[in-house]
Ligand binder design. Sequence first.
Ligand code: SF4
Length: 165
Amino acid sequence: MISDEDVGGVHIKYLHHCRRQLWLYLRGIRPEHLNATVQLGEAVHDSSYPRHSPVDLGAAKLDFVDGHQWVHEVKSSSRPTDADRAQAYHYCHQLARFGNDVKGAILHYPATRRTVRLPYTPEATAQAEEDIQEVLSVATALTSPDRLPRNRCRGCSYIDYCWTE
Ligand code: SF4
């Protein structure tokens, strides 16, 4: 079973989008489409910031960290979401666990040239810790959480699983 040290950015992202999505992912159900989405994200990152190296913390992989201890994440979407923010705080939390004096996260949206700066505050720390416990709670659920309303499933990799009667 997953432990708190295994919780990564994808778990946090799915937690904030759909608990059912997280529950399926935790059970190793990975639609083919998921790979295409991951590849798109990697392509956006590689073409946007080719000189920076990812940081591998085990469960969490950050796009890069600058010399002032800010985590940078490059997103393929056009605008920030709650999931993006939660993921950013999670990465800050992971870095802090390794003893870094992390200042916060900067989200980059190349498609719209937007940048969002998120200082790592005590409130952000509390949210990151709470999110880890929520992921563990979903992991131990015996049955899959309910579906979201259909109009919130657009673009989800699990749409065939959830909506094919
Ligand atoms: S298709 Fe909808 S209900 Fe199913 S996992 Fe995706 S977002 Fe959740």
